[in-house]
Design a protein around this ligand. Structure first.
Ligand SMILES: NC(=O)c1ccc[n+]([C@@H]2O[C@H](COP(=O)([O-])OP(=O)(O)OC[C@H]3O[C@@H](n4cnc5c(N)ncnc54)[C@H](OP(=O)(O)O)[C@@H]3O)[C@@H](O)[C@H]2O)c1
Length: 264
């Protein structure tokens, strides 16, 4: 029961991997703060969490909006002066060619996936430093390891998370700040349904790739284990993870295969 009484703040907790993580932290009686930009769904998750944990606060956050991130942080500070674990998990995917993607949509994806996590970390890190340490988690993706069709902004945002969080880890290592970067492959969640298309609307389809993925529960379980073990980086998923190893060790094979993989 590593997380018992630990104060854990998760973004993107209204659905998918974040929701599954919330239940698993709750099962260890962590003191939870769950955030997303869907208050109604968040309240449902909170009710479920409170079946197993004694404290769970639902705080609205829109990761696209800096002022909303500040407001959420200020509210959290009225609840607790300490945060043990911050899970930067909220994110949105993309299903559009770069050539058709407006800069507005590109920036929106960067704002939510990258700058949302950066700004929240900017607020939370000093709190952790003041309290003698903490653990920051970032949900990247295998799209943070290689680019893919219809994912130019998504892959850019996820690649950038690695550079940012690796630097934060190094800069604060002696201050007892730990950083775990999580790279899921395919996980069966609403991510493809909510992915943005060229006109900014949701893709609205459960893609075959997603449908064949591992469950959010299994992904969450592996993320909690990675935090407990203080892993710097963890790959989670099925056979799609092989592509990460192909790119690293046999780029020639990687480049032949990646062109043949269906983007949805
Ligand atoms: N599923 C996969 O195969 C997969 C693979 C690799 C990485 N990931 C990453 O895993 C993370 C979680 O995704 P998921 O698969 O669980 O998908 P999901 O079910 O769609 O969940 C995404 C979460 O992010 C939140 N979110 C989206 N936009 C937001 C915003 N502007 N402000 C605040 N919260 C926002 C959503 O809140 P609302 O629902 O309230 O909008 C939701 O709680 C993401 O970072 C995603 O990139 C997923």
């Amino acid at each position: 029961m590593y997380f018992t009484e630990k104060i854990v703040w998760i973004t993107g907790a209204s659905s998918g991997i974040g929701e599954a993580m919330a239940y698993q932290f709750a099962a260890e009686n962590a003191r939870l703060i769950i955030s997303s930009n869907n208050s109604e769904e968040l309240e449902k998750v909170k009710t479920n969490c409170l079946k197993t944990c004694s404290q769970c606060d639902a705080i609205f956050i829109d990761l696209e909006k800096p002022e909303s991130i500040k407001e959420a942080f200020d509210r959290v500070m009225t609840i607790t002066p300490k945060i043990d674990v911050l899970v930067n998990n909220g994110g949105v995917s993309q299903r559009t060619l770069f050539v058709d993607t407006s800069m507005e949509i590109f920036r929106k994806i960067m704002e939510i996936n990258l700058f949302g996590a950066v700004l929240l970390t900017k607020y939370v890190l000093p709190v952790m430093l003041k309290n003698g340490g903490g653990h920051i988690v970032a949900t990247s993706s295998i799209s943070g390891k290689f680019g893919f069709n219809l994912r130019s902004a998504y892959a850019a945002s996820k690649h950038a998370l690695h550079g940012f969080f690796e630097s934060v880890r190094l800069e604060n290592y002696k201050e007892n700040i730990r950083v775990t970067i999580v790279c899921p492959g395919r996980v069966r969640t609403n991510i493809s349904l909510n992915a943005l298309t060229a006109d900014g609307k949701a893709h609205g389809k459960m893609d075959d790739g997603q449908d064949g993925g591992i469950t959010a529960e299994s992904c969450a379980k592996q993320i909690l284990r990675a935090i407990r073990k203080n892993k710097k980086e963890v790959l989670i998923g099925g056979k799609e993870l092989l592509m990460v190893h192909f790119k690293r060790f046999t780029p020639f094979i990687f480049n032949r295969i990646i062109r043949k993989i269906k983007p949805t």
